[in-house]
Design a protein around this ligand. Structure first.
Ligand SMILES: Nc1ncnc2c1ncn2[C@@H]1O[C@H](COP(=O)(O)OP(=O)(O)OP(=O)(O)O)[C@@H](O)[C@H]1O
Ligand SMILES: [Mg+2]
Length: 312
């Protein structure tokens, strides 16, 4: 069954198309990502899903309901982790959860029990009585994730769940999200961390400037655009590269390449064989590295930029 479906979904802010006629379909039980750089339109898409921002045109259905017609039913079935934490800083950790539970008419006793379970689940129960304003950024994020689960949602929407967290806190969040996914929860997340997308998503779309550039599983996207491996080579200054000649000499095991300044990236499904053929191109490389291909390689190939907006 379909969890969320967008068709020609468009959002225009003051004449600017933040989301530009995108189509996607997320199945229940799936973990689905919107991956893209700053300003790609990721937050705008999820805000429309959780009925915070109206759709300009096109269709958006959540759990078979149209967002414009059934916002309160949809909100009851969703868990939301918005990009900004919007916690109440003057309340304690536990009281933030209890207050939030009251919006879903969850009785106080039930809310208290659930709050304790969720704080335990997110590894912050020792902070239960602390004021939110005294929590670290990582703990606030974990609290927002705990809060999003208070109503036993069927679909969890997370807008950049781990941005700003240190690697330890990030891995902790990933572990808990994977656990929830294994329990059958549908997880929809936005991210500009390629590793996060690879670790968490069954499928994802790559967004840039309001449009979807590609869709697939991380593995399929990597194999389609790059191959299994990449050889990175440092070129001596200003070395001219003739693409035809390069292809001819390296043969079929190098199916594409990209040059960025003094670096050459060779895309291959057989890195070892390609390494053995490297002397054929007769360039004295200052550096060489064989590594697995990643989503970053895919993103760069599709957009010519790294996901943080810099040229490589
Ligand atoms: N409330 C708003 N009013 C006007 N323009 C907006 C508004 N919200 C977003 N935009 C614009 O819409 C575009 C998409 O923004 P959005 O926040 O959806 O991107 P994003 O992919 O979530 O970026 P980030 O990674 O920085 O969170 C941007 O050009 C942004 O400036
Ligand atoms: Mg955003």
């Amino acid at each position: 069954m379909v969890a969320v479906k967008g068709k020609k979904l468009t959002k225009i802010y003051n004449g600017i198309k933040a989301v530009d006629s995108i189509d996607f379909e997320i199945q229940q039980g799936e973990s689905f990502g919107f991956l893209g750089p700053n300003g790609a339109g990721k937050t705008t898409v999820v805000k429309m899903m959780y009925c915070f921002s109206p759709v300009t045109s096109g269709e958006l259905r959540v759990l078979d309901m149209e967002v414009s017609k059934n916002p309160s039913q949809i909100k009851n079935l969703l868990g939301v982790v918005s990009q900004d934490n919007n916690l109440d800083p003057e309340l304690s950790v536990e009281d933030n959860l209890i207050l939030f539970a009251s919006y879903f008419n969850i009785p106080r006793k039930t809310a208290q029990k659930r709050a304790r379970e969720l704080l335990e689940f997110m590894g912050i129960s020792e902070k239960s009585d602390a004021l939110v304003e005294n929590l670290s950024g990582g703990m606030k994020r974990r609290l927002v994730i705990a809060r999003s689960l208070i109503n036993h949602p069927r679909v969890l929407v997370l807008d950049e769940p781990t941005t700003g967290l240190d690697p330890h806190a990030r891995h902790l969040v990933w572990d808990q999200l994977r656990y929830l996914k294994e329990k059958g929860l549908t997880i929809i997340l936005t991210t500009h961390y390629l590793e996060e997308a690879s670790v968490l998503c069954d499928r994802l779309v790559i967004m840039d400037r309001g449009k979807i550039l590609e869709e697939g599983s991380p593995r399929d996207l990597i194999l389609k655009h790059i191959g299994k491996e990449v050889i990175e080579l440092g070129l001596p200054q200003e070395t001219p590269i003739d693409p035809q000649e390069l292809k001819k000499r390296l043969g079929d095991c190098c199916h594409d390449y990209r040059r960025e300044g003094n670096f050459l990236y060779l895309f291959t499904s057989n890195g070892q064989e390609l390494l053995e053929n490297l002397p054929l191109i007769n360039i004295p490389f200052s550096y060489q590295l064989l590594r697995p291909a990643t989503l970053e390689d895919v993103f760069l190939k599709l957009t010519g930029r790294t996901i943080n907006g810099q040229p490589d």
